[in-house]
Write a protein that binds this ligand. Sequence first.
Ligand SMILES: Cc1ncc(COP(=O)(O)O)c(C=O)c1O
Length: 364
Amino acid sequence: MIPINKPLFDEEEVVAVSQVLRSGVLTSRTESASMVGKFERAFAGYVKAEHAFAVSSGTAALHLSLLASEVGYGDEVIVPSFTFVATAETVALVGATPVFVDISLDTYNAIPEEIEKALTQKTKAIIPVDLFGLPADMKPIQEIAEKHGLVVIEDSAQAHGAQYHGMPVGNLAHLACWSFYASKNMTTGEGGMITTSNRSYADKLPYMRTHGEKSEYTSSMIGGNFRMPEIEAAIGYVQLQKLPQFLALRQKNAKRLTAKLQDVGALQLPIVPQDRNHSWYLFTVRLRNGNRDSTVNKLRKLGIGAAVYYRVPIHLMPFYHRFHRNKLPNTEKAAEEVFSLPVNPAVTIDQIDYIAASLRSILH
Ligand SMILES: Cc1ncc(COP(=O)(O)O)c(C=O)c1O
C-alpha cells in the first residue's frame, strides 16, 4: 500500500537518540537538558517566532495555550467543526464551550464572516485551523479578534512549512500550536510546540508546562506536565533540518498529481489562494456527485492508501453534538465528499502517475 503518510527517518535520528540515551539526561526538567532548548530555538527560527515551547503533543499545545489564555468555564471559543477533534476537545477540557462555524468549500478553512456572525458576549478566543496544510485566512480573522479583544490560537498542527502572505503560518496569531505526530510533515513520534512572539505568554508558558512551578515543587499558577522528553527533541532537531527537503518533495508530488488530474471534471482539486503556500500535509480532493467511499475503496484495493479526513465532523460526534448551534452545510458536504491522496516524500513520480491513472480509470 502506498501510505497516505509515514514517518521518514534514517541513521541520523538513530544516532541522535543514542546520544541522548548515552548522556543519561532524558527529561527537560533537569538543568543539564540540552535537546529541548536546541530544538525550540531552531523551530522558533524556522517559523520566525520569538519564542517556542516544546510540549508533549499538538493536543497539549492547544490545551496549554487555552490555559495560558485563561479561557475557562463560561467562555466560548470559535472553532471549525471540519478538523481533527483536538481543536474542539481542548476547549471542552478547559471547561469552555466550542462554537462551531462553517468552512469554505474551496479551502476547507473557517470563513471569517461566519466567525464574526458567531461572536457573542461570551466569546473569548478563536482557533483557526490551517487544514490539510493550507493556511487559514488569518488577516480578516486577526482583524475581528483585534476589534473584539479576542485571543487567536492558530492550530498549525498540519502546516509546518506553510506560508501566509510570504510569512510562516502562526505569525498573525497570539499563539500557534504545532504537532509532531508520526504522520506529520516532520515528526518526533509524539510531540508538539507552541510558538509566540507575545512576551506575556512567553513569560508564563515555561512554568505552566511544569505544573506552574516557578521554583521547585511550589506552584505559582495553574499548569501540568506538558513537557517534551529529550529523546523526542533530539529527533525533532534532525527532522527540522530535513523539513525543507521533505516539503520540496511533497510540493513536487502535489504539482504532478494536480497536472495529471486537472481535467477530471468530477474532482475539485486543492485550491491554493495566491497569498498562501500549501504545506501539502494532505492532498485533498472533493468528488462532486460521485460515490466517495466506493472510489476510496477501489483505490485501496489497488494499493493506494487514499484516506478520508474527516468523515464525521466534530459537531456530529456523539460527545460534541451538545455544542451544535449553527448550521454547517459546507462542513457536512465536505465530510461526505472529500478524500486525500498520498503525496508524502516517499511517494515516487511513478507512483504519482499510477495514483492519477488509477483514479482516472475508476472515475471514467
Ligand atoms: C488539526 C490538528 N489539530 C490538533 C492535532 C493534535 O495533535 P497531536 O496528535 O500531536 O496531539 C492534530 C494532529 O493529529 C491535528 O491534525
